[in-house]
Design a protein around this ligand. Structure first.
Ligand SMILES: Nc1nc2c(c(=O)[nH]1)N[C@H]1C(S)=C(S)[C@@H](COP(=O)(O)OP(=O)(O)OC[C@H]3O[C@@H](n4cnc5c(=O)[nH]c(N)nc54)[C@H](O)[C@@H]3O)O[C@H]1N2
Ligand SMILES: Nc1nc2c(c(=O)[nH]1)N[C@H]1C(S)=C(S)[C@@H](COP(=O)(O)OP(=O)(O)OC[C@H]3O[C@@H](n4cnc5c(=O)[nH]c(N)nc54)[C@H](O)[C@@H]3O)O[C@H]1N2
Ligand SMILES: [Mo]
Length: 761
């Protein structure tokens, strides 16, 4: 394993904060930005974030308010940090690679690699070499095309993407992969909201959320489950503040008392700077990790019993009869829920759960929001199905102020799926591609991220192309995954910044540097814009405004189009050259292939863009039966042997996914260090461990392999007893490749059984 030299300092711990955002947050963002680039470039960057003529903030997928209702500064601290990281003036040049060998770079930390700046020109590492050297674009793409053509089967190639990719490039990438002959389109969603997609597709017939920002503002009761909005979706807090101003209530469900769930101070308003801010959660349920299925089963049991006591007054029989199937089956199962199990799994008291039940009965319009705390468990899919059961019982689907809200991560992760980045696109989509482009797409399902690792490990996949992500640090079981990647004949990455995936090379490796969201994009057909879709199905344009980081960068659309032409040759009905010159021609094709995008170019030209139709809100459920589906979900909870803890791997306040921006986690009171593990003080006492002592985290899995993350500092922290929390990606090494969610195949990054061993000095 490559050792990781983090620029860690002396750990300092302060009490966790009880509120999020406010003025200090803005100064933190500015400080990061000014450390990266000039005052002028900082100002230009910040002025253009999330403005109708500017670029979409790549920080998260939370929607912007309608044009006219936006703040001049419609961004948060972390979005500003994230975009400043892209707008940095630092550069990684050919000289840099001459100076640093690949093995040397492999020893550097994720933080260090990212801090070197923007990639500036294509680089190649030849077989047997330990240095990247410059290569021209034509030669780089010819080399990649040649390797792709040499494969025995197109299914030996993998095309990984993250949700940073825009709609136009995503559409072209899936078109290229399928014209080449494979559905191998693993993406970051596989590690993220795949469980949401699986559960929602099965129950509601569409794998997306059903609510709009307006629904959030006007809901009576919002559950925020398994989510840390103060860090990961700060602008969501403004929306929740509005909900509260309108009389709505909030229930937060989390093993950690996250600052952003407690109190919010609005950075854009004077009264957010002073004063105590708005309390967010009216009730906080400090749940055991993995206990959410039991919680929603308890709420459902209570609703059924309330209906028994007051027939006709509790459930929405009109909705259930007109729009759903499976109700009787569900009821039979739901009545079997046992309070002993529920209290055991949730760690909550019956009184706490009953108090939530009372709130539910008082509320006409309910929304459940969730993120990684629900999706990354073995029983994630049944948990989310049970959330749907809960909402449907009182008709809280498809009407104003009510519905499902999986809060997405990457700014265009939902859009990429809409564009066809999925290893299992439905036949109707493949048929539409065939009609539009006159070739027959492969129908065999492709590989997702976990299966892609298995295929590389077993020698069944030989070429890996990664676009806009950091596969090696996003995926589980780091040692296995690194070994798998090194077996490839060729690994290629289309990236903006240096990351660890560039240091874990196949025999030949390519770095193909690209424009970022904030860079101006000029093509033969003039200045281009791209489009994205947010968490609430709003599609809008994004225009880069900054001078590109280097004259040698190509856009993602250009790289993919040229690679496709090189690999497949000219195709009469796929005009790759035209696509590269004018992205409007790509949007014309999208409008003919993807439902909901009719007249795409005209509609996206309007300020603010347009919202994709969600059939659920019209009472249409595109399931096989045409109805929404109640499901039976067996009780399940994580099994943690005595003396062990259930570890969740999560984000600090100072990182963006696999990239740490600093060593702090301000709201949780952790400073200068990332190799820390948060443990309840009662557990520390029972385990005989002192606060701040050094431990190894050892994960325990049925395959008997010992997975170890060395030298973490224990920090006594008010997490739920029996659980622990530590940062990803340092802890990915502990997540076994085969430990995945049933059905969705998502790694169980929030449910890793570990023991803590005092570190050997
Ligand atoms: N600044 C910043 N913003 C980001 C990102 C980033 O890295 N940095 N990443 C983006 C991406 S891709 C994503 S997917 C999102 C992620 O957004 P989040 O899902 O908020 O991210 P995590 O840090 O993984 O936090 C998981 C939360 O779930 C809680 N949790 C863990 N296990 C359980 C459980 O079993 N039950 C319940 N109820 N809660 C649990 C944790 O305590 C934590 O508060 O954020 C996006 N936005
Ligand atoms: N243990 C554990 N593992 C997890 C998670 C967890 O909670 N715990 N979370 C999972 C989740 S939710 C996700 S989404 C994944 C994230 O996994 P990824 O999406 O694969 O990782 P990122 O860190 O977002 O990728 C960062 C890299 O993207 C490149 N990049 C940035 N912007 C652009 C751009 O505009 N264009 C191009 N071409 N490249 C760009 C840069 O080179 C940068 O180094 O990780 C997953 N892994
Ligand atoms: Mo994500």
């Amino acid at each position: 394993m490559s050792s990781i030299e983090d620029p860690e300092g002396l750990l300092e711990v302060t009490p966790p904060k009880t509120w999020a955002t406010g003025l200090p947050a803005v100064t933190h963002a500015m400080r990061y930005s000014l450390g990266q680039t000039s005052v002028r470039r900082t100002a230009l960057t910040l002025l253009n974030i999330n403005q109708t003529k500017g670029f979409d903030c790549p920080g998260c997928a939370w929607p912007e308010p309608a044009p006219g209702h936006r703040a001049k500064n419609e961004y948060c601290e972390n979005g500003a940090k994230h975009i400043s990281d892209e707008a940095t003036s630092r550069r990684v040049t050919a000289d840099f690679f001459r100076e640093h060998s690949v093995s040397e770079l492999g020893e550097k930390s994720d933080y260090w690699l990212n801090q070197q700046g923007r990639l500036t020109e294509p680089m190649v590492k030849r077989p047997g070499a330990d240095h990247y050297e410059p290569i021209g674009w034509d030669d780089a793409l010819a080399l990649l095309a040649e390797e792709l053509r040499r494969l025995d089967s197109p299914d030996e190639a993998l095309f990984y993407t993250s949700g940073r990719l825009n709609n136009e490039a995503a559409f072209l990438l899936q078109l290229f992969a399928r014209a080449y002959g494979t559905n191998n389109l693993p993406d970051c969603s596989n590690m993220c909201h795949e469980s949401s997609g699986s559960a929602l597709q099965e129950t509601l017939g569409i794998g997306k959320g059903s609510v709009s920002l307006d629904d959030i503002h006007h809901s009576d009761l919002i559950f925020v489950v398994g989510q840390n909005p103060g860090t990961n979706h700060p602008r969501m807090l403004s929306a929740l503040e509005e909900t509260k101003r309108n009389g709505g209530h909030i229930v937060a469900v989390n093993p950690l008392p996250e600052a952003g769930l407690m109190r919010f101070k609005h950075p854009q308003k004077a009264r957010g700077i002073v004063g105590s801010g708005t309390p967010i959660a009216d009730q906080f349920l400090q749940i055991r990790p993995g206990g959410d299925l039991a919680l929603f089963q308890a709420l459902n049991l209570m609703l059924l019993e309330a209906e028994d006591a007051r027939p006709g007054a509790v459930l929405d029989h009109g909705f259930i009869e007109a729009h759903t199937t499976g109700f009787e089956d569900f009821v039979e199962q739901a009545r079997k829920a046992s309070w002993d199990d529920i209290l055991d799994a949730t760690g909550l008291t019956r009184e706490e759960i009953e108090a939530v039940g009372e709130r539910v009965l008082r509320s006409e319009k309910i929304i459940v929001c969730w993120a990684m705390g629900l999706t990354q468990h073995k029983h994630a899919v049944p948990t989310i199905r049970e959330v749907v059961n809960f909402l449907m019982l009182r008709g809280n689907i498809g009407r104003p102020g009510a519905g499902v809200c999986p809060v997405r991560g990457h700014s265009n992760v939902q859009g990429d799926r809409t564009m066809g980045i999925w290893e299992r696109m439905p036949q109707s989509f493949l048929d539409a591609l065939e009609r539009e482009f006159a070739f027959t797409p492969p129908t065999r399902h492709g590989l997702d991220s976990v299966d892609a690792i298995r295929a590389m490990r077993d020698g069944d996949a030989k070429v890996f192309v990664g676009v806009a992500g950091n596969f090696i640090r996003a995926t589980p079981d780091s040692e296995v995954t690194e070994g798998a990647m090194r077996r490839c004949r060729l690994t290629a990455h289309i990236s903006t910044k240096l990351n660890r995936s560039h240091t874990v090379c196949g025999e030949t490796a390519l770095i193909l540097p690209t424009l970022g969201r904030s860079d101006r994009d000029i093509q033969a057909g003039g200045e281009q814009f791209i489009t994205v879709e947010d968490s609430m199905s709003e599609v809008h344009a994004s225009r880069g405004r900054l001078h590109p980081a280097s004259p040698h960068l190509l856009s993602e659309v250009a790289i993919i189009s040229r690679l496709a032409r090189r690999t497949l040759g000219d195709h009469p009905s796929i005009p790759w050259e035209k696509f590269e010159a004018d992205y409007g021609t790509v949007r014309d094709r999208i409008s003919r292939v993807v439902p909901g995008f009719e007249d795409f170019n005209a509609r996206v030209a309007r300020p603010g863009g347009f919202r994709l139709p969600n059939p659920v809100n019209e009472g249409v459920f595109p399931t096989p039966s045409g109805k929404a589906v109640f499901t039976r979900n067996d009780f399940e909870m994580p099994h943690v042997p005595k003396g062990h803890l259930l570890l969740q791997t999560l984000r600090s306040h100072d990182q963006w996914n696999t990239v740490p921006y600093a060593m702090n986690d301000r709201y949780r009171g952790i400073h200068n260090a990332r190799r820390v593990v948060l443990v309840n003080s009662a557990d520390l006492e029972a385990l005989g461990l002192a606060d701040r002592s050094e431990v190894d985290l050892v994960s325990v899995w049925r395959d008997g392999v010992e997975r170890r993350a060395e030298k973490f500092r224990v920090v006594a922290y008010p997490t739920t007893p029996g659980s622990a929390a530590a940062y990803y990606p340092e802890t990915n090494v502990l997540v076994p490749l085969d430990s995945v969610a049933d059905i969705s195949n998502t790694p169980t990054s929030k449910g890793v059984v570990v023991r803590l061993e005092p570190a050997v000095a």
